[in-house]
Design a protein around this ligand. Structure first.
Ligand SMILES: *Cc1c(COP(=O)(O)O)cnc(C)c1O
Length: 406
């Protein structure tokens, strides 16, 4: 018998060899586009500045292209990605808003930025020369954002040495300086004094533009933590990633903006049994039933990016009750104890992240249980899980693992 649902053509250089068909897989990610709209507008209002929506890493697991097209339809000012391949995938999908590639550039790829109308992060005089050369050979101007290092020690010119860098960029013939930015290391924590120091360093370096009599480019500094906790970092544009998806960056973060989580992760019961007292569950026999109890199996595992560290410590929602994961999480399945009197039927929906009735399991709670941060949970959910989109302009559910909104 032939497979009735052939694999879609890979649509970008980043496309994995396997992208799940939406099909009937009972495990899926639901993305609420209306929540994205809400968060975008709430963050915009709060920051009183245009938003550069950060959609790197498959839009934090929400699906790069559908999320970007939706944000574009909502009038977002700009998008930001990490790698040039992500930017190219967006251009090929019809995204026309300005896109900044945040990552450090790799010399052989510079001409691709210019060819696809992607804005370049320039993080040294050396890189500036590379971009100028590529622009010259293509007979076009590169649009660049200067990257200053104010304390992250990742990429960028140390802000105290920015004067010659800014001067070289301003006088460059091949490059248009559209922006200048830096990245905050500790903005997740509203109590950290680091942010004020980074802001001070950043503004001191930006003052070189005034000294040169050059127009001030767009100054942007605030990631989600900056947007939520440090209004003085909002400047001319803000760069929220995780907050746009309705998730707080850190347990220390404060919900100064009412955000709505956009992503739910659900699966369905595929097996039900009674485990007798004394029997063990899963690899390594690490969990033993203390009494006769009912155990269900869910068809999702660490092979989907659901963290194995939740073995015997995570929870899921079944019939609006929180139920503990028991035994080790396998590659494709794991088991849940619903108790001696619990009810569940094959096909019942289980919620791993999201709401079910009045009960909810947040991405933040999953991250805490797994001993990591919400970013890693979201970006870890991989292409084996189909994405399904609800809300949006049409208000129609659109199911597409191939990353398109119908
Ligand atoms: C990832 C990233 C962001 C967004 O960070 P969040 O904490 O998700 O808001 C902003 N700016 C840069 C340079 C980044 O790399």
């Amino acid at each position: 018998m032939s497979n009735p649902t052939p694999f879609p053509e890979p649509e970008s250089d980043l496309a994995c060899a396997f992208r799940a068909e939406a099909g009937d897989r009972p495990t899926r990610i639901r993305v609420d586009l209306d929540a994205l709209t809400h968060n975008l507008h709430a963050l915009q209002r709060h920051a009183r500045a245009p938003v550069m929506g950060i959609v790197k890493a498959d839009a934090y697991g929400h699906g790069l292209v559908p999320v970007a097209l939706h944000l574009q339809a909502q009038g977002i000012a700009q998008l930001g990605v990490a790698f040039v391949e992500e930017g190219i995938a967006l251009r090929r999908a019809g995204v026309t808003v300005p896109i900044l590639v945040l990552g450090g550039i790799h010399a052989p790829q510079v001409s691709q930025f210019i060819a696809h109308d992607l804005e370049v992060t320039v993080s040294s005089i050396d890189k500036l020369r590379q971009v100028e050369q590529a622009a010259e050979s293509l007979g076009r101007k590169a649009v660049i954002h200067l990257k200053l290092d104010t304390g992250m020690e990742r990429i960028g010119v140390h802000s105290e040495h920015a004067a010659p860098f800014i001067e070289a960029a301003v006088s460059s013939r091949g490059c248009t300086v559209k922006g200048i930015y830096s990245h905050l290391a500790c903005s997740d924590d509203p109590a950290s004094p680091m942010t004020a120091e980074q802001l001070r360093r950043f503004l001191a370096a930006c003052a070189h533009f005034d000294r040169l009599g050059a127009p001030m480019p767009v100054r942007h500094l605030a990631n989600s933590g900056g947007v939520l906790h440090f209004p003085e970092t909002h400047l001319d544009m803000v760069r929220p990633g995780i907050a746009l998806y309705g998730v707080l960056p850190d347990p220390a973060s404060r919900a100064t903006v009412a955000l709505r989580p956009a992503l739910s992760l659900v699966s369905r019961v595929v097996y039900f049994k009674v485990v007798r007292a004394g029997r063990t569950v899963s690899y390594g026999a690490t969990w033993t039933a203390g009494q006769d109890t009912r155990v269900i199996t869910l068809p999702i595992g660490y092979g989907d990016g659901y963290p194995r560290s939740l073995s015997s410590c995570g929870e899921v929602l079944v019939r609006e009750r929180r139920r503990p994961i028991v035994g080790r999480i396998c590659m494709d399945q794991f088991m849940v104890d619903i108790g001696p009197d619990g009810t569940a039927y094959n096909g019942d929906e289980a919620v791993l992240i999201g709401r079910q009735g009045d009960a909810a399991i947040t991405c933040e709670a999953v991250a805490q249980a797994a001993g990591t941060i919400p970013y890693e949970i979201l970006t870890g959910l991989n292409q084996r899980i189909p994405r399904e989109y609800t809300g949006g302009p049409a208000g129609q559910p659109a199911s597409s693992a191939a990353g398109r909104v119908a």
